[in-house]
Design a protein around this ligand. Structure first.
Ligand code: EPZ
Length: 417
């Protein structure tokens, strides 16, 4: 990945209308699930970002012809014998590749997937995925850093998740689609991206009910067929990030073609912080109205406040008139942005999984991105810091945001690459 930096001149007000890309965290499991679909599939509204490119490479390595098209679509042709070994270098490049385990098991009865490592935000074990597969009758063997799964006939079962893990819910739900009989997943995650995955699979012939609630019922079927022109949901985290950019800079921005039905956990928090959020038709608008209020945040599984918005929200709170407390309950190491914000003059103290943010002014500095959402938080900080902030490590940002810098420039930000 090329190492790129951006130089951001603080103090510009963002105004105008902007579109939003398809949700990375919906596209990744949807792509993985196409392993189970025979024939042709086309996915629409697909941003060209690093993580999705990694999953496209993964599918091609499994003998599924997958290609990006210029019109932000992906065409998949699954007609050859699917390989069941996921290459080490691709899984380590993007840990969400572990999502291929469930579909591979369902399609071939086997899967050999490298145990994904941790990442900068935490250890990120996959024990809940493994426990769920074992309940479906899968035999599991750990060897040489790989997990070998085998199940000549997956059998539906009742699975109680110890924690509503997004990935585990998706992996198990996918495997259950082609298992024999019914699977009930209890304490399942409820994220909108899981609903999108289920809607896609239902169009392929899967029998899934209750997705979006904390109990999902899957009735196994014999096979699943390709889906034509499936339009993936807009990225709610990108929407939240852009709304904060508008509010932080005292601007007025409108994001087009959002799906307001699942944005409230984000927009309610922005409203509480004093931003004026309004919905018009399919658009959401953020205008500024003076003081940013301090708020207390606890990240939680959906419909709680999303952990993927925690870093960006913290940048907003560095400009609030008072103290805010941010508690991160999902990942054990998701305050990597704090030290860089402190270098920009933010007043933040960390006590375990809680950070106390005292509002004040930010000043420009050279800062380094360590992970995707911390990167977004630092770019947002550069928009309001006095002077020119240089953000190093934009390649982390380009894994999960399509052209965020370009979108901010369109809205009036002064950013040089
Ligand atoms: C998904 O990760 C998202 N990634 C993450 O987005 C998001 O932060 C996370 O869900 C929570 O919403 C994708 O969808 C590709 P989890 P996932 O399983 O599935 C622990 C981003 O920035 N856990 O819900 O890995 C885990 O360690 C990324 O776009 C286990 O202990 O999240 C974590 O502490 C970052 N054992 C917590 O659960 C398991 O088997 C939540 O993880 C699985 C998870």
């Amino acid at each position: 990945m090329e190492k790129i930096s951006a130089r951001i001149t603080g103090g510009k007000t963002l105004k105008g209308k902007i579109g939003v890309s398809g949700a990375k965290n919906a596209v990744l499991p949807v792509l993985a699930s196409t392993i189970m679909l025979g024939g042709e599939t086309t996915l629409l509204n697909i941003p060209s970002i690093g993580d999705i490119n990694s999953m496209v490479r993964m599918l091609n390595s499994l003998n599924i012809r997958t290609e990006y098209r210029a019109d932000e679509s992906i065409h998949i042709l699954n007609e050859k014998k699917v390989r069941h070994i996921a290459p080490y270098e691709l899984v380590t490049a993007m840990r969400a590749s572990f999502f291929v385990a469930g579909p591979l098991l369902a399609k071939t009865g086997f899967a050999k997937v490298p145990l994904p490592g941790g990442c900068s935000i935490g250890l990120r074990p996959v024990d809940i995925h493994i426990q769920g597969f074992e309940k479906l009758g899968v035999e599991i063997n750990f060897e040489h850093g790989f997990v070998e799964f085998s199940a000549l006939n997956l059998k539906g079962n009742q699975i109680d998740l110890p924690f509503p893990s997004v990935g585990a819910t998706e992996n198990i739900m996918m495997a259950a689609c082609l298992a024999k009989g019914e699977t009930v997943i209890r304490n399942s995650a409820r994220e909108p991206e899981i609903v999108d995955l289920a809607n896609f699979l239902i169009q392929a012939g899967a029998l899934i009910e209750g997705v979006g609630s904390s109990t999902i019922h899957v009735q196994g079927v014999q096979s699943l067929s390709g889906v034509k022109d499936y339009f993936v949901i807009p990225d709610r985290i990108e929407i939240g990030t852009l709304l904060i950019a508008g509010g932080l800079t005292g601007g007025d921005i409108e994001i087009e073609n959002v799906n307001s039905s699942y944005l409230s956990s984000i927009t309610d928090m922005l409203t509480e912080a004093g931003l004026i959020i309004s919905y018009q038709d399919n658009n959401v608008r953020c205008s500024f109205n003076g003081d940013i209020h301090p708020v207390n945040i606890v990240t939680a599984p959906h419909p709680g406040f999303p952990t993927d918005m925690q870093a960006q929200m913290m940048t907003l709170l560095t400009a609030a008139s008072g103290h805010s407390v941010v508690k991160e309950t999902i990942f054990e190491n998701r305050f990597m942005h704090v030290h860089e914000l402190i270098r920009m003059g933010a007043s933040i103290t960390i006590d375990g999984q809680s950070a106390t943010v005292k509002g004040g002014k930010l000043s420009a500095a050279d800062v380094k991105i360590t992970d995707l959402r911390a990167g977004a938080a630092l770019v947002l900080a550069g928009l309001i810091a006095e002077g020119k902030t240089t953000v190093h490590g934009l390649h982390h940002l380009n894994r999960g945001y399509y052209n965020l810098i370009g979108k901010l420039r369109t809205l009036g930000a002064e950013i040089d690459l």
